[in-house]
Design a binder for this molecule. Structure first.
Ligand SMILES: [Zn+2]
Length: 240
């Protein structure tokens, strides 16, 4: 994982840049503050103003070391060049950041209550819904459902959320830091792993976008618990 501009400048939602490569319906930008997605988190979306009009950036595809910004289907044939202005969808970014921080809180509560249960998958969407899969072969689903109250308690407590970087070897040797190989970020080019801390509740490797304080999240509800195979429990949450 490179150092993302969106992590260094989380408030940068409007920027001018150049198209440095294009194919029909997709562009590579000279610089981009969009989060490209990954680790279960969807990418940012944005409005793109170009010489001939306006299009939507609806996704980001990482291909051969470059981030292709994908245009909406209406502009699938458009091959752009030159200067562009990008305006990241702030509501979408906020929704995803709320849910991402909330899934870490849920993860911490499950990890604590069910003796180190690991995450086997996660999906965080821009529509206010998310799911997490846990390796929990013997869990009582009612106990999982009952985590809704403590989850909202942590949100209300207003814990600070911070991101730091540690060496990849320190990250691997610290128990619990890398919760899941399926959602852990790869190291940066200089061998660092990004760590996201929520107060003293949770500390784990993550490349996603987060709140800076848990109280910035709306309350959440646990919408559904599903059994996925013999070992996995899928917990679906929604912002209220
Ligand atoms: Zn994360």
């Amino acid at each position: 994982m490179p150092h993302y501009l969106c992590h260094e400048a989380p408030d940068l939602l409007e920027f001018d840049t150049d198209v440095i490569d294009a194919r029909p319906g997709a562009i590579v930008l000279a610089r981009s503050a969009l989060h490209p997605g990954g680790g279960g988190q969807v990418s940012d979306v944005a409005t793109l103003t170009h010489a001939h009009g306006v299009a939507r950036i609806v996704g980001v595809s990482f291909e051969n070391g470059r981030y292709w910004h994908l245009l909406d289907p209406e502009h699938a044939a458009l091959e752009l060049s030159g200067d562009v202005h990008v305006s990241i969808d702030a509501d979408w970014r906020s929704t995803v950041a709320q849910l991402h921080t909330d899934t870490h809180i849920l993860n911490a509560l499950v990890y604590r209550q069910f003796a180190g249960a690991l995450v086997t998958g996660a999906q965080i969407n821009g529509d206010g819904t998310a799911r997490m899969d846990f390796d929990l072969p013997d869990a009582d689903n009612d106990l999982l459902r009952a985590l809704e109250a403590p989850l909202n308690d942590v949100i209300r407590q207003g814990l600070d959320v911070r991101a730091t970087y540690v060496s990849a070897s320190d990250a691997r040797s610290t128990p619990g830091l890398i919760r899941s190989l399926s959602v852990a970020p790869p190291p940066t080019p200089d061998g660092k792993i990004r760590i996201v801390e929520i107060g003293t509740l949770d500390r784990q490797a993550c490349g996603g976008t987060h709140l800076t304080n848990t109280a910035q999240s709306r309350p959440v509800r646990i919408a559904k618990i599903e059994n996925k195979g013999r070992r996995n429990r899928r917990v679906r949450i929604e912002l209220c």
